[in-house]
Design a binder for this molecule. Structure first.
Ligand SMILES: [Zn+2]
Ligand SMILES: [Zn+2]
Length: 775
């Protein structure tokens, strides 16, 4: 222990606390470089709260360091908080120079941001391709600016012994780089080279095994022959086939038992993307960003991509080769490949060689494996662009688990278990909430296992026992059952309220003077019906159901979620149309089917009441003949959006009036879709183009939301829920609200869909805002 320096106006000795994403992004080497340049003495170290620095020297130099911490930090770092205090007796003293000290203890009752996995950086890419570099063509090259992070992290702090890289002992050359503050790999935890690091191997179903360059060329051979290649990447396995080979793509679809859900396509570089799809400066920047997400782009007519990639879908989900292994593979193959998650149907991603070989045995012809263990599965993130910026459809690799800040400290440590279909879980402690990457649909037992592993991992990483749990109000969600079974104090937050709260969380707004528009497919309402077209008015910390879509019934319940034609019959029934036979025939039902559905509706048998906007989209898609089934979630709405894109400007206005609901009706007002449906039907009879009618439908919804906002009288409108994955609806609604002077909050950091529910639940628990009162 060294006493603090005598303080004088000319010298300063401070302890600086930095919080945010500051581990695993080259932050300590950066601090070391700056402090050394400024001639400061002291140390920097990681601990469970982030980074702690002691800096002693001339006062202006210490001030310069403080400035540099927030302004010059490495690109992947995010400094959220910076606190400074004078050094005291208890602080370990500064040595004669500035050093990187060993990390502090990991299990403190606090936690820090866990760094996300980062795509191959420019410097490492040039070394990878440099024949004179010792890592020439080494598939695991990385540095402090790039490489795996969350996917190899087992506990905090982020140091090599706490990652799956601990099994690899660094060779003298790597160890020297790791210890040299002047080099790019100073304290790069996954640092490795061909002599000491992970290796690849190609394993064929025949049992043949190839290594290194032979493995790569063997893998390219599999793709060239039209085979299915399983490739172990950063957060799990991909299944890859030649994206231009129609029969290979169709065969992958058949083996994976995947109907029509689009496959993502990995491209060797931007030039190849530009040939296949329309790009912009913004989409190219996203593709090239350290997160390297899948970006939805409009496919060019005549692009050399197999139609089976995304049947009847004008978009293509494009991503760039982002790990060095992907870069080498794609460069050797020379063309884009399908890169879909390595799983069967809706099961979770495979991460382990043995597991992959067993589960993907009937799907992959060969496996390109490596021996760097993956600690947690992480899917590719998916982003699309709207006029106002990117919408994160799936928040996973590169983004999660970056935490969001709570507006104030929460007592204890809360586990938020989210929803069901796009499951994510979150931990709220102190003043932050850390949201896991996308987990998947909890319907599958294997996904529920990943859910449980994610919960234990978050508990482990955050180093404290959970004091409570927050869940959805839906009694049959697997997450709700899990929450109830923990025996912990349990709080249930209404689904659509959680959507709105997630939006407020990321925009750091209070629950006052806000109209939350929560439009999605399905959520459990306070009155036991299926909600999904909700307007929640938030005032002074309370939520009321100000308005809703006019209710209708879904004949067959779940069956109507897959069959938009049933939703159309539900609308006709609610509108009081006598006899559904003619409509049923037009929609392709037999008279017997239409009769059965009609009597189910009339008697209310297995025909739940809903206000779902998602189901309204399904019904309209079926009525306009643009799509009758959701073979994957959101297929009909996507077809409606695709048809309407580019036509909204010229689309005639159609009515969607807001009408008062008699008191005791549950909401103050409702948007009545009946005149809108009648106008669409009349347009269709009059020979109007269904695509133009689809555009009019979108415009009517946007105007309807604006009408509800005028009536509600709140100055700010928060848009949330899965319907706002629809970029056209989001843009039209934002524009309609903006034109009338409303402030509009839209999901940016978090997905609009159920992937954000866990984050919203955290805010609900903090504020004790869990219930929606009747309007
Ligand atoms: Zn790098
Ligand atoms: Zn080495």
């Amino acid at each position: 222990m060294v006493a603090p320096l005598p303080s004088s106006p000319a010298s300063s000795d401070m302890v600086l606390r930095v919080r945010g994403v500051v581990q695993g992004v080259g932050f300590r080497p950066f601090v070391h470089r700056v402090a050394t340049r400024l001639g400061l003495r002291g140390w920097v170290r990681n601990d469970s709260e982030g980074v702690l620095i002691r800096a002693a020297g001339p006062a202006p130099a210490v001030e310069e360091l403080v400035r540099a911490l927030s302004e010059d930090a490495p690109p992947a770092a995010r400094v959220r908080e910076l606190e400074a205090r004078p050094a005291g007796e208890d602080d370990p003293g500064p040595a004669a120079s500035f050093t990187i000290a060993p990390s502090g203890p990991g299990r403190l009752p606090v936690a820090t941001a866990i760094p996300p996995d980062l795509a191959l950086c420019r410097d490492c890419r040039s070394e990878l391709l440099d024949p004179h570099d010792r890592r020439h063509r080494y598939p695991f090259i990385n540095c402090t600016q790039c490489g795996p992070r969350y996917s190899i992290l087992e506990r905090l702090p982020y140091d090599r012994p706490n990652t799956t890289m601990r099994a690899f002992r660094m060779c003298p050359a790597c160890a020297a780089e790791y210890a040299d503050a002047g080099r790019r790999r100073f304290h790069a935890q996954p640092n490795a080279c061909p002599a000491c690091g992970p290796r690849i191997a190609l394993r064929a179903a025949s049992g043949a095994e190839l290594e290194a360059e032979a493995a790569l060329s063997g893998a390219v051979g599999v793709l060239c022959r039209g085979g299915v290649l399983a490739v172990k990447g950063i957060g799990g396995y991909h299944l890859m086939v030649d994206a231009a080979n129609e029969s290979a793509v169709a065969e992958l679809r058949r083996r994976k038992r995947r109907d029509e859900k689009p496959f993502a396509v990995m491209f060797p570089g931007l030039a190849a993307v530009r040939l296949a799809a329309e790009t912009s400066a913004e989409s190219e920047a996203l593709l090239n960003s350290p997160a390297a997400p899948v970006v939805l782009l409009r496919r060019r007519p005549g692009a050399a991509l197999a139609p089976a990639l995304a049947p009847r879908n004008p978009w293509v989900g494009a991503l760039l080769a982002y790990s060095p292994l992907h870069v080498l593979l794609l460069a050797a193959f020379g063309r884009p490949v399908v890169a879909t998650s390595g799983n069967l149907a809706e099961e979770p991603l495979c991460t382990d060689e043995n597991e992959a070989h067993a589960r993907l045995a009937g799907i992959a012809d060969a496996f390109l494996d490596h021996n760097r263990p993956i600690a947690h599965p992480v899917d590719d993130s998916v982003v699309r662009l709207s006029a106002a910026g990117p919408i994160r459809l799936r928040r996973a690799r590169g983004y999660a688990p970056f935490p969001l800040r709570l507006p104030r400290r929460i007592e204890g440590c809360w586990l938020c278990v989210g929803a069901q279909m796009k499951s994510t879980v979150a931990v709220a402690a102190r003043d932050y909430v850390a949201l896991s990457p996308h987990i998947g649909d909890l319907e599958a037992a294997a996904t529920r296992e990943v859910f449980q592993r994610t919960v234990s991992m978050l508990g482990e990483i955050h180093g404290s026992d959970f004091t409570g749990v927050v869940c959805d109000r839906h009694p049959d969600y697997a997450s709700t059952r899990y929450a109830r079974a923990t025996g912990l104090p349990c709080v249930a937050v209404q689904h659509h309220l959680a959507h709105v709260l997630a939006c407020l969380l990321e925009h750091r707004r209070e629950a006052d003077g806000i109209l939350g528009v929560a439009w999605d497919g399905t959520g459990f309402g306070e009155d036991g019906t299926v909600w999904g077209g909700e307007f929640l008015l938030l005032r002074k910390g309370e939520a009321r159901r100000f308005a809703r879509l006019r209710p209708f019934r879904l004949p067959g319940g779940e069956a109507a979620v897959r069959d938009g034609r049933r939703c159309a019959l539900g609308l006709a029934h609610a509108a009081g149309h006598a006899g559904l036979g003619a409509l049923g025939r037009r929609l392709g039902f037999s008279d017997a089917e239409a009769g059965l559905l009609g009597s189910m509706l009339a008697r209310g048998i297995n025909s739940p009441v809903t206000t779902s906007a998602g189901r309204l989209f399904d019904a309209v898609g079926a009525l306009l003949g643009l799509g009758d089934h959701n073979r994957f979630e959101g297929q009909i709405p996507l077809a409606l959006e695709a048809a309407a894109s580019g036509r909204a400007g010229a689309a005639p206005d159609l009515p969607l009036p807001l009408r008062p609901v008699p008191s005791g009706g549950g909401a103050a007002a409702e948007l009545d879709w009946e005149p809108l449906i009648a106008a669409l039907e009349a347009g269709l009879l009059g020979g109007r183009d269904p695509a133009e009618l689809a555009a009019s439908f979108h415009v009517a919804l946007a105007n309807g939301i604006a009408a509800a906002a005028r009536e509600a009288g709140a100055g700010t409108v928060a848009l949330s829920g899965g319907c706002f994955q629809n970029a056209l609806l989001l843009d039209l609604t934002s524009a309609a609200l903006g034109a009338e002077g409303f402030e509009v909050l839209v999901p940016r950091e978090l997905p609009p869909n159920d992937g954000a529910i866990a984050a919203g639940q955290a805010l609900g628990a903090l504020w004790g805002l869990t219930t929606v009162q009747p309007g």
